[in-house]
Design a protein around this ligand. Structure first.
Ligand SMILES: Cc1cc2nc3c(=O)[nH]c(=O)nc-3n(C[C@H](O)[C@H](O)[C@H](O)COP(=O)(O)OP(=O)(O)OC[C@H]3O[C@@H](n4cnc5c(N)ncnc54)[C@H](O)[C@@H]3O)c2cc1C
Length: 348
């Protein structure tokens, strides 16, 4: 039976869940406090991926979901998404790090199965006129992942939502909701709380216990005024995580950082983060880039479900909390929003 469904939050999760539900014939309304896709969902690294580096922490199921969904995006939105070559530079011809990455990429391709985008390769050189790497880099390991132009993809999704007659209520901050289906005095058969980093805060404001605790991890990016041909993935100067330098429109996107913050409101890049990103990139470049080449920056907050691990190792997996007519979504990635939506459709 078709249901009346109220979704709180118009990020990628709320929007894709709304689209999947509307396609099933449900009547969907989305309440968004700002404009659609204006918060975390516009602050990403623009990758459609399983997350190669999550293999280090054995998050196989999450990676597999991401790889399946990567194909879903590339097949359904070919004009706004693309296959992207990403190279990892190594100083030695053979090293433990190189072998580890090689095996990781092979496992990544195996998990992708028939969804694998192209074969990885090892080469002595890469040709990238805009960014020449130091001569000490002797080996490059290249693999393929998905990338999106989130501006055009977002516009396409919003027009799809409108075609499906989803009621879009922007600048509509929800203050009160309950587990019986009420959102600010309107009644719905089901409510989906898809507010990204605000899930725990909003549940508690409405006296509903949150089953998950959240770590708020700020991630920042720089946009560099140079066009690049393919992606690079390399260790940041602090070595605790990888940084990407990726083609984005006519520029290069450099990111991301990971910094624990106490709340998700109005994140901004700090001087330290700018220095860290520029220093890390210059560490591998023959000819350094300068801060003058930065044309803009942005920051978002990942709501990572708290685990026993250090947050650098935390999973990007999602969790759905059910309280009577209310379903609350925690965590997830842009890429895996279709998996979340399929699960919600089944639960409804
Ligand atoms: C730095 C960084 C890099 C990332 N890179 C990638 C990547 O490359 N690939 C990938 O797949 N994922 C990536 N992610 C993850 C991805 O951004 C998120 O998983 C995804 O955007 C979350 O979407 P969401 O809809 O859950 O949250 P949001 O986009 O934050 O949407 C939640 C919405 O709820 C609204 N809201 C909040 N409170 C209320 C209220 N009271 N009433 C009404 N509306 C409300 C907000 O305004 C917001 O629009 C990255 C995340 C970060 C932070």
């Amino acid at each position: 039976m078709n249901k009346k469904i109220g979704i709180i939050g118009g990020g990628i999760t709320g929007l894709i869940v709304g689209i999947f539900l509307a396609k099933e014939g449900h009547k969907v309304s989305i309440f968004e406090k700002n404009t659609l896709l204006s918060e975390t969902s516009s602050k990403t690294t623009k990758l459609l991926h399983g997350g190669l580096r999550y293999l280090e922490n054995f998050h196989f199921n999450e990676v597999k979901n991401g790889l399946n969904d990567r194909s879903w995006w590339l097949e359904n939105f070919p004009k706004q998404t693309r296959k992207l070559k990403i190279a990892i530079p190594f100083k030695n011809k053979f090293s433990l790090a190189l072998i580890k990455s090689f095996l990781g990429i092979k496992l990544y391709e195996f998990l992708a199965g028939s969804n694998n985008l192209d074969k990885s390769s090892i080469s002595k050189q890469i040709k990238n006129d805009q960014f020449v790497l130091k001569d000490d880099y002797k080996t490059y390991l290249s693999f393929f992942d998905g990338s999106m132009d989130d501006d055009s993809l977002g516009r396409e999704l919003i027009s799809l939502a409108k075609e499906l007659n989803i009621e879009i209520l922007e600048y509509n901050e929800v203050k009160n909701f309950d587990t019986k289906g009420t959102i600010d005095k309107n009644h719905f058969d089901k409510i989906i709380l898809a507010v990204g980093p605000w899930s725990k805060i909003l549940l508690e404001q409405n006296n509903i216990k949150s089953q998950k605790d959240i770590d708020y991890i700020k991630g920042s990016h720089l946009i560099i005024n140079r066009k690049s041909e393919f992606g690079l993935m390399f260790s940041g100067v602090c070595k605790s995580r990888y940084i990407f330098a990726l083609p984005y429109q006519d520029y290069t996107l450099l990111g991301t950082t990971e910094e624990k913050v106490s709340h998700p409101e109005l994140p901004e890049i700090s001087k330290n983060e700018i220095k860290y990103l520029i220093d890390s990139f210059n560490h591998i470049l023959k000819k350094s880039i300068s801060k003058k080449e930065i044309i803009s920056s942005y920051s978002g907050v990942r709501p990572l479900i708290k685990s026993k691990d250090n947050f650098h190792k935390s999973s990007r997996d999602f969790f759905i909390q059910k309280n009577d007519s209310l379903l609350t979504i925690f965590g997830g990635k842009w890429t895996t929003s279709p998996t979340i939506a399929r699960k919600i459709v089944t639960m409804i």
